[in-house]
Ligand binder design. Structure first.
Ligand code: F42
Length: 145
């Protein structure tokens, strides 16, 4: 089994430790917003190590929409590149864990529909998009049959 390398960002690593350590019963929201978070487990594209990334929970039926916003930073988050290289992930939503496959949304109509869902779930995404020159990538995680 590969090594798990926690995020270098302490608040992120702490949330993962609480969420996963409690089996999906604690640490379920972004700070004190009350808004739900999922944990994406994937592999680093260079190290092959296990990485765990909390993201806002944006559901679309049985799928999850992953928003590579990173607070409107100028560059895509590193996890986006990891998922492009290795799309097989595990997603924890509270106590449920799913094997999923990720693809980037490229179709304009699909993007419009899913972006509206993302902003409805987490309104700050709109301000993050206005803050940055890049188009914030959307990825869809779909259950592996
Ligand atoms: N980030 C979002 O982008 N969207 C969200 O909706 C979101 C919600 C959220 C909720 C709760 C929470 O605690 C955090 C949340 N975040 C959200 C932050 C998110 O979890 C990430 O921390 C953030 O997006 C930054 O992701 P990042 O992958 O850029 O992380 C940096 C800090 C990082 O970990 N860098 C590593 C490092 O060591 O510098 C990268 C490690 C890595 O993946 N290495 C790869 C490897 O092979 O192992 C190779 C990378 C390469 O060079 O190609």
């Amino acid at each position: 089994m590969s090594e798990y390398i926690p995020s270098p960002s302490k608040w992120v690593a702490d949330q993962v430790a609480l969420y996963e350590g409690s089996g999906g019963k604690e640490g379920l929201t972004l700070r004190d917003t009350g808004l739900p978070v999922i944990i994406v487990t994937n592999r680093g594209r260079k190290t092959g190590a296990i990485r765990k990334t909390p993201l806002m929970r944006v559901a679309d039926g049985n799928n999850y929409i992953l928003v590579a916003s990173q607070g409107g930073a100028p560059k895509h988050p590193v996890w986006y590149h990891n998922l492009k290289a290795e799309p097989r992930v595990e997603i924890r939503d509270k106590t449920d864990v799913y094997e999923m496959r990720v693809r980037e949304v490229v179709d304009a109509a699909e993007r419009e529909r899913l972006w509206a869902k993302a902003v409805a779930a987490f309104p700050p995404y709109q301000a993050y998009q206005e803050k940055t020159e890049r188009v914030i990538p959307l990825l869809v995680a779909e259950p592996v049959a």
